[in-house]
Write a protein that binds this ligand. Sequence first.
Ligand code: B12
Length: 212
Amino acid sequence: MLDLQALTQAVGDLDEPTVLELVKNFMATHPGGEEAQQVVTACQKGMGIVGNLFEKNEYFVGDLIFAGEILTQTIDLLRPALAGAASQKVGTIIIGTVQGDLHDIGKNIFAGMAEAASFEVVDLGIDVKPEAFVEKIKEVKPQIVGLSGVLTLSLDSMRNIVNELTNAGLRERVKVIIGGNPVSEAACQQIGADAFTTNAAEGVKICQRWVK
Ligand code: B12
């Protein structure tokens, strides 16, 4: 197993060569999905360091972009380990990053893991308006709707989306899970979602329980 603390620090330091070398060496050991998920969590902590340094004005928007690129490459390397054996679809999830929010790294990780767990995933992308969710739910009839957002303001968008689902008479037909850094038990209740998580692997487990 690779040194997870060293990986977290390397992500926080934006040390791209070290991050990629650590992850390539890790993948050469043919790791299992659980181990790969621990590596994702270590990277997520590293992104937390990046965010803190951004708040302290030690990093700038260009550094956030670079951090995003490093993490995207890392997830691409990890994908074979995160993916499970292909099997029959167990359910459908519509997912999107909510209106006003352009962050998609966490959404993409969750979408990838859900696909690996044999869910059909319909990804609406970023900055997704409530109407777009409503239209796609009518068309695809998923069991689950996943809302992703990293900005604090995204919690308002999530609430708007759940309200629109209620207005369209769709709320009782789907389970709603919210994910991303600012979600919490309190936010989940205010938004009217069924579950929340800041961990993609846990999110997949919740969805699996719902379709059993
Ligand atoms: C990378 C980054 C960017 C990149 C995003 C690139 C991309 N393609 O996503 C770019 C440069 C575009 C960016 C832009 C901005 N950013 Co930014 N960004 C970040 C940073 C450093 C990392 C985010 C990230 O990818 N984290 C890692 C992922 C893996 O974590 P995650 O998203 O939480 O996802 C995990 C779980 O939550 C879960 N999950 C996520 N979604 C879902 C959904 C479901 C359904 C489920 C089940 C689970 C799940 O699974 C994932 C894996 O476990 C954060 C700092 C931080 N601590 O998060 C700031 C941060 C989010 N950004 C911030 C800001 C301020 C901005 C800008 C306003 C900066 C600016 N001045 O322009 C813009 C906003 C643009 C917009 N309208 O969205 C602030 C937000 C402050 C706030 N409280 O609202 C943060 C917190 C930095 C900070 N500390 O100030 N950013």
